[in-house]
Ligand binder design. Structure first.
Ligand code: GRG
Length: 291
């Protein structure tokens, strides 16, 4: 099976879990359930669940042990996209190739949809905590990645440094690490914790480097990408004066840094025993992606 077939297989397996979750959503009023399902089911690459499933296989952790963590993580990721698209944040009318949640349901309902997804993710994680101490540690790790010392801090810095000219490499590193990389480290570290700590440090470091590469290519695609493959508006970073790698280093400088991060990711993977081919190809996909 080649890389894209494997990614699709993981995404299909995850979508079964997600669809089962959506079928069980009967909250009232109906618009609340509709708005949650809309953003969960309009697409998405499902990179985070795929990474968690692949890391589970690498470390010998049963799928059943990680499924609910993958679900909670994708719920948190989807909430962050809904809130990120709001007029007061990134103000994006499109997400995953479709109108953003607030364009369909209005800003008030979009805020509630995001709140609802975050809240439900925490309920799922809390239920996992009943299973034992390592589940508590795994749940805590996800909460830390998503919270005020993680993604929310990164988003806050991202907003703060819009149009502020003294953005520098250190600030950019903080934004990359917190806004993007931590949510891509969680799917690797959760299986590591559940396996009793196998390759914990290596996978954490890999997640951080891979996450930075992910954001770097996102910055590059905002300049060079196109709407039809990306499914969201292009050119918004420079319109909004965001602190990005392209702004700091230029397009070529950003691409050079992406190559350096690619090499770093591969080197970390080479220090891990077992079949890391999926991750090596994922890194290559990220470096060369168009969507
Ligand atoms: C609102 C607290 C809060 C945080 C928002 C996710 C995020 C933080 C901002 C989105 C803007 C952005 C481009 C972030 C970095 C990269 C990223 C997370 C892209 C979207 O993730 P993908 O490509 O999306 O995995 P799909 O749609 O495939 O799930």
């Amino acid at each position: 099976m080649d890389f894209s077939e494997k990614l699709e297989k993981y995404a299909d397996e995850f979508n079964l879990i997600l669809n089962r979750f959506c079928d069980g959503l009967h909250c009232q009023p109906k618009i609340l359930a509709d708005s949650l399902k809309y953003s969960l089911q309009i697409g998405g690459k499902r990179v985070r669940p795929a990474m968690m499933f692949a890391a589970g296989e690498l470390l010998g952790v049963e799928r059943g042990k990680i499924e609910n963590f993958a679900l909670a993580l994708e719920l948190i990721h989807t909430y962050s996209l809904i809130h990120d698209d709001l007029p007061e944040m990134d103000n994006d009318d499109f997400r995953r190739g479709k109108p953003s949640n607030h364009k369909v349901f209005g800003a008030g309902n979009a805020i509630l949809a995001g709140d609802g997804l975050l809240n439900t993710a925490y309920s799922i994680l809390l239920a996992e905590c009943r299973k034992g101490a390592e589940y508590v540690s795994a749940a805590e790790f996800i909460c830390d990645c998503a919270g005020i010392y993680g993604m929310i801090a990164g988003q806050s810095a991202d907003l703060l440094y819009e149009k502020i000219e003294n953005c520098n490499e250190e600030i950019l590193g903080f934004i990359y690490e917190n806004k993007t990389a931590k949510m891509l480290t969680a799917p690797l570290v959760v299986p590591a914790i559940l396996s009793g700590g196998k390759y914990y440090s290596e996978l954490k470091l890999f997640g951080s480097s891979f996450g930075s590469l992910f954001q770097l290519t996102d910055d590059i695609l905002d300049v060079e990408g196109n709407f039809s493959t990306l499914g969201k508006s292009i050119g918004k970073d420079s319109q909004e004066g965001k602190c990005t790698a392209v702004k700091l280093f230029g397009l070529d400088g950003a691409k050079l840094r992406a190559d350096v991060l690619y090499d770093k990711c591969i080197k970390i993977l080479e220090g891990i025993e077992g079949d890391t081919d999926f991750f090596k190809q994922l890194v290559h996909f990220m470096l060369t992606r168009e969507s």
